[in-house]
Design a binder for this molecule. Sequence first.
Ligand code: BEZ
Ligand code: MG
Length: 582
Amino acid sequence: MSSQPYKTLMEAQRDRRVLDLYDQLIEVEQRLIPTGLHVFGRPSEDAERADMLRMIASFDRPEAGVRALPDLVSENLGLGSYDALFKSASLDQARLSDRERIDSVVAAAIREFLEAGSEVAASLLERTSKIKRQDSLPVFALLEEISKQLETNNEIEALLRALRGEFIAPGPGADIVQNPAILPTGRNTHAVNPYTIPSIMAFARAEAVAWSLLERYLAENGRYPGAIALVLWGLDNIKTQGEGVAQALWLLGVRPVRDALNRVTEVEAIPLEELKRPRIDVVMTISGIFRDLFSPTVLLLDKAVRLVAQLDEPPEMNYLRRHVMEQVRNEVCPLDDAVARVFSNAPGNYGTNVNFMVMDSQWDRDETLGDLFVTRKCFAYGRDSQGRAVEGREARVALDQALGRVEATYQNIDTFEIGITDVDHYFEYLGGISKAVETRAQARPSIYLSDSLSRDARIRSLEETVRLESRAKTLNPKWYEGMLNHGFRGVAEIESHVSNTFGWSATADAVDDWIYTEVAQTFVLDEAMLERLRTLNPHSVHSLVGRLLEAHGRGYWDADVKLMDQLREISGSLEDQIEGVA
Ligand code: BEZ
Ligand code: MG
């Protein structure tokens, strides 16, 4: 800080930048990262359990009458709402220190709880933050129950029972932080009643996310997006009780209506005076799993689109209606084509295959990946204007047209455990659709993701998310050393993260040069590391180097010539090793 009474502009900018960087460091630090693979039949280890419990204690649990620990600490220290602090921390040094103070009290309480039990942890909170024991003890009672369940593991026993054809107790399938009732593991997972989707809670939570998404676009572009393409998955909507579905409804400006049996079967328009913004056109591509599990929800989404298209509202406040009307007028196309917004694979088909095309390096023109996405996903679902069921009508032109108007693409991340570089499905869907939009709209869309589980419903651009995942996982020694404890399989996981990162270059050119450079430096150019990797699994490290060479070859990575020569040489020596020449 400057000793002068007024900071110069440069000093103010410097301080702002430092705070911003610091905020980003905290974001990486606080991410819950899996530090290794799950080993079937083995309960979680102590450090992992501590992180998990801290995350679980960070959310209100109204069903157990338990408040979130950070809120309790913040309020009892007289610092007000933790959410407000969380949102404003990056703007102000004092707020950031307050947030750090709260986070460190929470971490100390969890440590104390694990080492000495609930009573001692409650005393610590009473001493440091004046939290009454009657407020903190219920939190620890819940954590005690969860901690015990994390220590037990019935997976092998349950598998043997299943093989003997015996009964296995059922349990919900969800994200552990969102719903700790999934414990103990080793149960017969049940999913969801589609008629409860979206739940009241999911609809409430989705409002903030939909707003953040629109505000972010507005801040970057000075207006709302005319149309947004959404990716909806089945498992996500099970885990979140339909947050993705609820986000789609919010963007359209409609709310679910429950019937006498409490089933969501209808929607109603939220009046524009209440919505206070235009209704956004949404193009929904749903996975095959979503289509199969949520057929009433598919009908609900289609119904919502048709309802909004029919509202007598000015075009500048109802983008969906404006687009449908323009299409019917200009192309003299049937209303059923112009209003199709729910697309999936042909019945019985799953996936986009974009991931396979990328992994096998089987494309040469930029638009091929997006075209493949459309070929796989151009089947419309819902009802037609006569009320007849439409179950996978091929509607390629309708999808091409709808994507041609899209200005932003978005997908919700539903879990702390799996992010956009852990599996190839995020880039096959969100990357695939973004590439399809780029060709059809002749402009790359803004690509966004959110953690539906984070407290501040933060929307991130794809580029920010790739950076965050690279720092928190692929390039983080805590993560890769955890993986390397698994030997052969661990190296395969590292390679798979690099390939999935490459998937974001192929579909969206969203990977910074420094990420590839640091991957090369960390795993290939560091001699001791390379030695470890090639001893454990030469095949995967050979593929990893191959992927780096491909990233350079396809123009995704602007790398130094000398560095590329080194990589080529190492690739050759790995090949020799695999072929038994060396
Ligand atoms: C789904 O839950 O819909 C899904 C799961 C894995 C890959 C793609 C979609
Ligand atoms: Mg680049």
